[in-house]
Design a binder for this molecule. Structure first.
Ligand SMILES: [Zn+2]
Length: 450
């Protein structure tokens, strides 16, 4: 029912180079711009004889629609244009909105006026080197409009109206595509991911998703493989960004791990294995399979052996003697032995905060002793009735920062598998993703063989 001994869980913390971390979008500034209009080749056989710089000297009317490539360096004496024309200034190192305005031949006080006229206009002051600031200048050299492309998805506009300057943000809604990448490791994960065309950010995401199963610092081997289906944002067919990993498969030392992103009916999103079990290695809820809860957590109850009222700071699972008991989370054993009324008991420390206690064991599993590490789902001992017990059962306690909490409470970081309607829905979404990975991989391998 639960991820059990198959699961080799270990949460790893990585210190990976973050070099490409901020590469998002910045690389292709000109994506959205319409392809530069070439000379009107069709209309005249002589068009190509024009001087290369002809476009700068064209009548303003003709250029009104396109971005003239006038940069700050070309400081020609402004010929008074007949109609409003766009003028583009590239932001240089140390430029501010004022210096950019100056390069466009606009007075410094205009920047002040604009910023004062509209609170959103402040966004224009956040300029980056290399960015293009476009000015629509009227016949008198006055500012009619201002335009700055922030990213492939966002352009800021300021337009002069009768009421003053009006700010407008143009947002492009990208189309979402599910893209596929396949990689095979022969030096490092990052090299393989780069070769597969997977952006750095998604590679980091991949290590996070599988971080509970694979220790990316120690476990990776040459020949390990991965398949990823991820969201790609496109504008006019051109890739502008990536989104989430939708599904992934990682083969590490011959063992296959799967992950599928799923948002449940309550709206919370998590990654699950393709079989619907949770990837999140917090705690499995129940340390004994097929057991009956014979006593719940309570702050006061009558104790049949001690014959007095006593709090029951755990949950009892009645099961036949010898039933295996599993560690509910990864951790280190801090006690394994005789422990008063608990009888044979195991105490596991999970990270800094959590501790679980298992009592009344008939015996310990092989290798279970103080100081050893255990994995989630690993069998640590067997149900018995040692210590203060009236019948065979497991007494299970859960502590957070030394305080007892009800292990059945919903507040604990549990790792339950999907069930019921969610499981059905998950499976319906997962199967096509898995099928696509199989198909894409086969196609890619066949292409590589040619
Ligand atoms: Zn108990």
């Amino acid at each position: 029912m639960f991820p059990s001994s198959e699961v080799e869980a270990k949460k790893t913390t990585l210190n990976l180079e973050m070099d490409g971390g901020t590469e998002r979008i910045v690389q292709e500034k000109d994506d959205l711009r319409p392809a530069p209009v070439t000379e009107d080749e069709g209309s005249s056989p002589f068009a190509q004889t024009g001087a290369p710089s002809a476009s700068n000297n064209d009548s303003a009317g003709k250029d009104a629609e396109k971005n003239t490539e006038l940069t700050a360096s070309s400081e020609k004496a402004p010929v008074t244009p007949a109609a409003p024309a766009w003028k583009s200034v590239t932001v240089g190192k140390g430029d501010t909105l004022s210096t950019v305005f100056a390069k466009a031949g606009l007075p410094a006080n205009l920047v002040h006026d604009i910023l004062a006229s509209n609170k959103d206009a402040k966004r224009f002051t956040r300029l980056h080197k290399g960015q293009e600031v476009e000015f629509l200048l009227g016949s008198a050299g006055d500012l009619q409009a201002l335009k700055v492309k922030q990213s492939d998805l966002e352009t800021l506009n300021l337009n002069k109206t009768a009421k003053g300057y009006v700010f407008k943000r143009d947002l492009v809604k990208p189309e979402l595509h599910a893209s596929y990448a396949h990689g095979r490791i022969d030096s490092s994960l990052f090299a393989a991911a780069r070769n597969a065309g997977l952006p750095h950010g998604l590679t980091m995401e991949l290590t996070k998703i599988f971080g509970y199963d694979i220790d990316f610092a120690l476990d990776l081997r040459d020949g390990d493989e991965f398949d990823v289906i991820y969201e790609e944002h496109k504008v006019n067919g051109r890739k502008v960004d990536t989104g989430n990993i939708l599904a992934a498969r990682f083969v590490n030392r011959g063992k296959t791990y799967t992950a599928v992103r799923y948002t449940n009916k309550q709206g919370s999103t998590s990654y699950y294995r393709a079989d619907g079990s949770s990837m999140r290695k917090a705690f499995i809820r129940t340390p004994v399979d097929f057991a009956r809860i014979s006593s719940r957590f309570s702050m006061g109850r009558f104790h049949p052996v001690l014959n007095k009222i006593r709090a029951h700071k755990g949950v009892d699972y009645a099961a036949p003697t010898g039933t295996p008991i599993k560690a509910t989370g990864d951790g280190r054993i801090v006690e394994a032995g005789r422990k008063g009324g608990y009888g044979n008991a195991v105490v596991i420390q999970h990270g800094q905060r959590y501790r679980t206690i298992y009592g009344h064991l008939s015996r310990f599993a092989k290798g279970i002793r103080s100081g050893t590490s255990v994995k989630q789902g690993q069998i640590i001992g067997y149900v018995g009735m040692t210590g203060l017990a009236t019948g065979p059962h497991l007494h299970y306690e859960f502590q957070i920062n030394g305080k007892h909490v009800d292990p059945l409470s919903a507040k604990l970081p549990m790792a339950d598998p999907l069930a019921g309607a969610d499981r059905k829905r998950f499976m319906a979404q997962t199967q096509p993703l898995m099928a696509r990975m199989d198909q894409e991989k086969t196609t890619q391998l066949a292409m590589n063989k040619r």
